[in-house]
Design a protein around this ligand. Structure first.
Ligand code: IMP
Length: 428
């Protein structure tokens, strides 16, 4: 039962889209299990850039079945727009399916996200403003609308009547929103139902059948471990479970479905939005990484905060996800630096610690203990084998393997599919 989960080992934006795109060539099924269109995957195919927010990156391969699991939230407007754009560019989308249990992201969730962020003022979370947090909050509050609700008009109206009047009152009274009616939301849902309903499946059954037939299933993570609602830097997190455990609840399969976990980490660290970031560089090196790495958000265009690789954080991600192998992305961005740092521990109130603290006031004041490694000056964008990498780059990779205690099996040295080096084999 070859099931491989590809997860972000940092705060998202690790380059998972590119790695998933590379591995999708070997996959039969690619499944997204968490998040919504807060994610942004940039994939470059033959020099052509494709940006995806909701649809799994596997869609770029015509024979791969793509599934959005119940753990994701679906903004129907975004889904339809992505489908239309892909079709207009000649990509086949006939093999895309959506879980009938996935929740819909409604227009009022977008408004709520924006209004809540404004109301938080200095305590804002820095959300992507796409309505993802409020959609998950309604799911847990049992006030969500599911994709399957679109299949029965009378039932859909009942659900909207149960949910919309109180939601409308809340938005009006708390934030001066003009309000929203059941009829408006009914029209909205019925506008998208003809496009969505034909795609609905039981994602767990589809994936389990594929695994039972020995087909290769790739579980595509969105965001990253440090944005996980349970394991991330709460409250500066997203509202879903992007770590590997999210696969089971977010698709509808048991733990046996995942045989290997590939963690994706950049050769340095970035984060967007608020919250602690121990190795953040607010100096010229941070600016250099941002410019060289093109570190601006795919979804919002916001400049990303940049810093050195953090092995304390990486070890935490390895443990939380059960990562069995690592992919290291954007190694080429480090070319030209005299020296490269990796945080190997922290100093907290004069003590050395090597664990990732839960208490955010502690995490905010830890000081990284850095190990310094030599850099390299040779451009590596055209390197196509491990052996051709400069010795200092290989030394950097070896040190990451020692610190994280898992092998680095894949290195990315540029945005295109070709810019991917594999050491040995990637285990499914
Ligand atoms: P939300 O997911 O829009 O609610 O945003 C919550 C936090 O997660 C914010 O700090 C966002 O910047 C961050 N976030 C959400 N999605 C992504 C992503 O795909 N990459 C990086 N950060 C993300």
């Amino acid at each position: 039962m070859p099931g491989l989960a590809v997860v972000g080992a940092q705060w998202g934006d690790e380059g998972k889209g590119k790695i998933v795109d590379y591995l999708a060539a070997q996959a039969d099924v690619v499944v997204r299990y968490a998040g919504g269109n807060n994610a942004g995957h940039t994939v470059v195919v033959g020099g052509e850039t494709v940006k995806l927010h909701l649809i799994p990156s596997g869609i770029l391969y015509p024979d791969v079945t793509c599934v959005i699991g119940n753990g994701a939230v679906i903004d129907p407007e975004v889904l339809v727009q992505e489908l239309d754009t892909l079709q207009a560019r000649g990509f086949r989308t006939a093999k895309l399916f959506i879980s009938d249990r996935a929740h819909l992201l409604m227009p009022y969730h977008r408004d709520q996200d924006r209004l809540e962020e404004e109301a938080r003022g200095a305590h804002r979370l820095g959300t992507t403003g796409r309505g993802v947090g409020p959609a998950y909050a309604d799911k847990v509050a049992r006030e969500g609308i599911r994709c399957s609700d679109l299949m029965d008009e009378a039932w859909l109206r009942q659900r909207l009547e149960a949910v919309v009047p109180r939601k409308s009152m809340l938005l009006q009274k708390l934030y001066g929103h003009p309000g929203v009616t059941v009829d408006e939301m009914m029209d909205y849902c019925l506008r998208f139902a003809p496009r969505l309903v034909p795609l609905l499946v039981d994602s767990g059954a589809l994936v389990q059948d594929a695994l039972a037939q020995g087909r290769r299933v790739l579980f595509e993570g969105a965001q990253g471990t440090l944005l996980d609602i349970d394991h991330g830097t709460y409250p500066y997190v997203t509202a879903s479970s992007p770590s590997a455990a999210g696969v089971y609840s977010g698709v509808g399969v048991g733990p046996g479905a995942v045989t290997n976990v590939l963690g994706v980490t950049k050769a340095y660290t970035t984060r967007v939005g608020q919250g602690p970031f121990p190795t953040e560089l607010t100096d010229a090196t941070g600016d250099w990484l941002r410019e060289r790495g093109g570190e601006y958000g795919t979804t919002t265009g916001r400049p990303r905060r940049c810093g050195w690789l953090d092995a304390v954080q990486l070890r935490y991600a390895v443990r939380v996800n059960g990562i069995t192998q690592l992919a290291l992305t954007k190694l080429d961005v480090l070319t030209g630096l005299d020296k490269i740092c990796i945080a190997v521990a922290y100093e907290l109130d004069g003590r050395r610690i090597d664990h990732w603290p839960a208490l955010l006031s502690e995490l905010s004041k830890v000081r990284p203990v850095y190990e310094t490694l030599p850099g390299w000056s040779e451009p590596i964008g055209e390197v196509r084998s491990w052996e051709e990498l400069p010795p200092a780059a290989r030394g950097f990779i070896r040190r990451i393997e020692e610190l994280a205690q898992v092998p680095v099996v894949c290195v990315s040295v540029g945005p295109d599919r070709d810019h991917t080096l594999v050491n040995g084999v990637i285990s499914w």
